[in-house]
Design a protein around this ligand. Structure first.
Ligand code: AMP
Length: 574
């Protein structure tokens, strides 16, 4: 068994950011120096990590998908072929941005590692993003190229048309690549992904990839912030800080080189790219990809490939547990599941652990960096009710601070999570205002998430600062209240929000999806149910809106922004 941990690393004594990307905030030189000296930063790019596994185990399967299977050696070769084309034919250079809007596929990995080889920064537009986000991201990054899935991956939406419709409005955007089986389906001006990767250039290049020096202190990927608050913000992650987290996620999850890891959410989301893909490549494991992320498709994947490890969001856990054909799937290969992104229902943790005897990592995660999670060997009560500890407890600097952001709160009290360290970003791209607001001069990032460190030393999540409803001076954490409301027999799913109120500031409102067979739920019914549970009067919802389906963000989290807009509209019309 080969594990990347066993490599001896060339530890260069220093690493200095050398990018001149306008509006990018680099790591300060002294911190770069410190992280390298402390051994946290390995000075490896993404493709360095891949190449090392390929050197050791060229024949091992790196990626297996519905259409293809690639060994580590083939993934290296293909990413080199594409990198050569991108450098030579498309003229892409270090620190250029290119936008990916790709499904979970082997091609994503080929393109991702191709970009790393030439220091080009892929931007993680997600399949569920639409024209407004595409335009915003193209403008923000001045991207030179786009990658989209064409007829090979018919997932119900035509991303090539979406990007084709907007591309003429962006002068910098000169190259467009589509993954197609039938080249006839390519719109004018588009290049076939396969042709670029496998073309003549790959065998007779004038660009020598090995001559291109990629600085691991520079950004290697641009993640996008979740769509819960307007347009996504760009989150640059350097090779060093991202690879640092790959290593620690691999260690925390215990992923082995003979495991099969599979992304359950879009591959360009940090949950997949960092915690699943990164950890798997670090460990030299196999990645199974499936472009359709519905529960039955994922369960088939687990059965077909013997899936051992993934990070589904909590809604997907529930969808699997409640799936009518669950008994027909063999999920016994599961070893470790990580879940988070929103509050995980304790019941789901107990059920997964009990049924499949898995290690459960309940995770608090942000694309900006923080990864705090329980460990597979923790007690199930810890896994069900807390998010454990930071993935790199000795390196990650983590504080819980009060409203002034200057003082830490006493252990046990809830406050805002603030972080700094070798695995956290240093600022949003071209977003000075946001950076001024959420970073202090010592480089601490204030997350706007409310957590507490409990007496056993594990973190518990209370919700976003904005998810705290302040009713007449009383603080109510929405996720905690949602846990209570969901216990009502009529409630299938719930989202609690603050309803603006002239007198009290806010009142508590609940949007609910009802269990099949019920069609109403009154404030009185819920009030008396919560009274029986001993929930304080001020926390009980004063308005309940029954909906068919709660609105979702592009990764499937409940979108409270949409609900807040909805209630404001309703109030205006009343
Ligand atoms: P994203 O921008 O998609 O990376 O989402 C990050 C946000 O998801 C965090 O800032 C939190 O508000 C939320 N989040 C992540 N993990 C959890 C969790 N375990 N429980 C509650 N909220 C979470």
């Amino acid at each position: 068994m080969v594990n990347a941990h066993s490599y001896t690393y060339m530890q260069e004594s220093a690493c200095t950011p050398t990018t001149d990307i306008e509006g990018y905030v680099p790591f300060p030189d002294d911190r770069c120096q410190e992280y390298v000296e402390d051994g946290y930063w390995r000075n490896l790019t993404f493709h360095d990590v891949l190449d090392r596994v390929a050197d050791d185990a060229p024949e091992r399967t790196a990626v297996v998908g519905p259409h293809r299977e690639l060994s580590y050696a083939e993934l290296v070769e293909n990413s080199r072929g594409l990198a050569t084309y991108l450098a030579e034919e498309a003229g892409l250079e270090r620190n250029d941005f290119v936008v990916f809007q790709l499904p979970n596929s082997s091609e994503f990995l080929e393109a991702f590692f191709a970009c790393s080889r030439i220091g080009v920064i892929p931007v993680m537009l997600l399949p569920r993003h639409r024209e407004a986000e595409a335009r915003h991201v193209l403008e923000l990054t001045e991207a030179k190229a786009v990658f989209a899935a064409g007829d090979r991956y018919r997932t119900g939406f035509d991303h090539v048309s979406l990007l084709d419709d907007v591309r003429d409005d962006f002068d910098d955007l000169t190259h467009s690549f589509a993954i197609v089986d039938d080249e006839e389906t390519l719109p004018d001006g588009w290049t076939s992904f396969d042709a670029a990767r496998d073309g003549e250039l790959a065998s007779d290049p004038s660009v020598d990839l090995d001559e291109i020096e990629v600085n691991p202190c520079n950004p290697g990927v641009l993640l996008l912030s979740g769509g819960t608050t307007g347009m996504p913000k760009g989150i640059p992650r350097t090779y060093n800080d991202y690879v640092f987290q790959w290593e620690y996620m691999a260690e925390v999850s215990g992923i082995e080189s003979d495991w099969v890891a599979f992304p359950s959410v879009p591959i360009g989301h940090n949950a997949s790219l960092n915690c699943v893909i990164g950890a798997a490549i670090w460990a030299g494991a196999t990645i199974a990809v499936e472009p359709v992320l519905k529960p039955d498709a994922l369960m088939s994947l687990i059965e077909r490939h013997g899936g051992n490890y993934s990070l589904p969001i909590p809604t997907q856990l529930i969808d699997i547990l409640e799936h009518p054909d669950l008994e027909e799937y063999d999920l016994s290969s599961l070893e470790v599941l990580v879940s988070g992104g929103q509050k995980v229902r304790p019941k789901a943790v107990y059920e997964f652990v009990d049924r499949w005897d898995i290690g459960f990592c309940n995770i608090f995660g942000m694309a900006e960096g923080p990864l705090i999670c329980t460990r597979p060997a923790d007690d199930v009560d810890v896994q069900a009710h807390t998010v454990g500890t930071p993935i790199a407890p000795h390196a990650d600097e983590v504080r819980i601070v009060d409203e002034s952001r200057e003082k830490e709160v006493p252990q046990g009290d809830a406050g805002e999570l603030s972080v700094r360290g070798p695995g956290f970003f240093t600022g949003y791209l071209r977003h000075e205002e946001e950076n001024e607001e959420n970073f202090d001069e010592d480089g601490w990032f204030y997350t706007e998430d409310v957590l507490a460190l409990n007496e056993d030393g594990n973190y518990e999540v209370y919700g976003r600062l904005k998810d705290t409803i302040i009713r007449g001076g009383e603080n109510i954490y929405a996720p905690g209240l949602e846990d209570e409301i969901i216990e009502h027999e009529k409630v299938e799913n719930v989202a609690v929000i603050g309803i603006p109120d002239d007198r009290l500031g806010e009142r508590v409102g609940a949007y609910v999806e009802l269990v099949d067979g019920y069609d109403d739920l009154t404030v009185e019914e819920m009030g008396s149910f919560l009274e029986d549970q001993g929930i304080a009067v001020f926390k009980r919802p004063e308005r309940i809106e029954v909906v068919e389906e709660l609105p979702r963000t592009e990764v499937g989290k409940i979108s409270k922004t949409d609900l807040r807009d909805d209630i404001v509209d309703k109030l205006e019309n009343e």
